[in-house]
Design a protein around this ligand. Sequence first.
Ligand code: SF4
Ligand code: SF4
Length: 84
Amino acid sequence: MVGTKFNLGGEEMSVEDNEDNIKICKQYCGDCPSYPQGTDEWLFCAKGKCSKSIERQGCICPGCDVYEKYDLSTTYYCDVGAEE
Ligand code: SF4
Ligand code: SF4
């Protein structure tokens, strides 16, 4: 299953791969110093890591609305892939 699983009130949910979440991701990953320029890949927290190698220069995922909504807990999804 693609996506990040977590428990909310006993129910397991994944980050949904939809237009709204992609739009939010673009505001954060798109502004991130670690984002590989020229890449049009988004929502690493749901879809897994980037096809390009990442030079870590900070991760702003924790400020993202998707991060809060799905109660995510780690960083650098572009590098490590979706949360297990
Ligand atoms: S948590 Fe990170 S990868 Fe996921 S939508 Fe937000 S900025 Fe993008
Ligand atoms: S997942 Fe984190 S480190 Fe990677 S581009 Fe998005 S905000 Fe930056």
